[in-house]
Design a binder for this molecule. Structure first.
Ligand code: HEM
Length: 359
């Protein structure tokens, strides 16, 4: 339904009454997706939305995307806390399915001096969450069967995510068995982002048609190509970032006594390229904001481009703190997780522009 801004107050009352009605007739009263859809409608009252209840595939896919982003965050914590070899073997941890909490519980073949309960359990919890996500992706794939005839791309994307997560589990093992090889960590990180991307694609295809976003054809094309360029630039920036991270790891491991604040002095040209490339990323997202505002493109796109811009600026700020304030571990985690969230939003922008109804 088309909702003019002036009717915003009346609409709030109208939608709140729908929530009340939904809760009074539904057996699973106060379903979270009902709230999400209606709150979304309240937030974006002046563009087309259709009241929608998410089905089991859509709910599982959204949960899986959030859980996978959370795992990227935990992966960052593992790295920043130096817990990557908290379990020296794989798939077991110190030869056990459940590692001990004290050195006394270690099997005899492992030296107790190397044992650190906090690091071991940090890495072990990381693995447990990885297994949980494996199950969630399997469920997403199974539930996607309902689309195999109507929207086969949803089932294909979910199957691709399923195969990718199997590979990712094996790759996680190779990270440990290689003693944290820099390039295998990079492939592991890129694969995590690829899984998020494929899941977002599947989830978005599944809801496309239910949420109608109307936009002028010319504006749609400009936003689509603009956001594709932005996506390409952010992916290049992410790969450049992984090269900086590889350099950081090589320096910190080769010089254990070198203070963190001096690591950047030895990063070389890749650091300068990564920093400078930020300008291109900023410029292309600033263009999208300028364009959506100048042409008064609908609120959904102008808010989404704004969100992407803010996320990019935050990443630049976090990068500046890393370089000029001695690489605080918490900012390493923020930089990795923030990049994953930002690229997810850019993907959302691309898919929204692609699926939008042109008028
Ligand atoms: C659009 C902006 C940016 C994006 C998307 C981005 C993205 C990334 C990514 C994905 C990584 C790899 C993280 C990992 O594998 O753990 C990284 C690493 C890094 N980036 Fe950026 N970055 C941006 C801007 C900057 C800026 C402006 C600086 C410095 C002024 C910077 C400094 C660094 C440093 C020092 C690392 C290594 C961090 C570590 O070893 O944990 N970044 N960046």
């Amino acid at each position: 339904m088309l909702v003019p801004k002036s009717r915003k107050a009346n609409l709030r009352i109208f939608y709140l009454s729908i929530i009340a009605k939904e809760c009074s007739v539904s057996t699973s009263c106060c379903d979270i997706s009902t709230y999400m859809t209606l709150l979304f409608t309240l937030k974006f009252p002046n563009y087309n939305t259709i009241y929608m209840k998410l089905n089991v595939y859509q709910k599982t896919a959204l949960l899986t995307i959030a859980a996978t982003l959370f795992l990227i965050f935990i992966g960052g914590l593992v790295r920043a806390s130096g817990a990557g070899l908290g379990c020296p073997d794989w798939p077991k941890c110190y030869g056990l399915w459940i590692p001990p909490t004290t050195a006394e519980g270690l099997p005899p073949q492992f030296a107790s001096e190397e044992f650190n309960a906090v690091k071991t359990w940090t890495e072990y919890i990381n693995r447990l969450i990885g297994v949980l996500i494996g199950f969630l992706i399997t469920l997403t794939f199974l539930f996607s069967f309902r689309y195999r005839k109507t929207k086969p791309s949803v089932t294909v994307a979910s199957f691709a995510a399923f195969l990718m997560v199997l590979f990712q589990g094996w790759l996680g093992g190779q990270v440990v068995l290689s003693g944290l090889s820099e390039w295998i960590i990079t492939v592991h990180m890129l694969m995590a982002m690829a899984i998020v991307g494929v899941l977002i694609f599947g989830a978005f295809r599944a809801v496309s048609g239910d949420i109608a976003i109307e936009i002028n054809r010319k504006h749609r094309n400009t936003i689509l190509y603009g956001s594709l360029i932005l996506l390409g630039l952010t992916l290049i920036q992410m790969v450049l970032g992984t090269q900086v991270r590889e350099a950081v790891d090589t320096i910190s491991r080769g010089n254990p006594d070198l203070p963190r604040s001096l690591w950047v002095d030895y990063l070389g040209v890749i650091d300068a390229i990564h920093r400078s490339f930020s300008w291109l990323v900023i410029a292309s997202s600033a263009f999208l904001i300028w364009y959506t505002r100048k042409h008064n493109v609908n609120l959904y796109f102008s808010r989404l481009t704004y969100t992407v811009f803010v996320l990019i600026l935050s990443q630049v700020l976090v990068g500046i703190v890393l370089v000029y304030f001695g690489m605080p571990p918490s900012f390493q985690v923020l930089h990795l997780f923030g990049s994953a969230v930002m690229i997810s939003c850019v993907l959302l922008l691309v898919f929204s522009a692609k699926e939008a109804n042109t008028v």
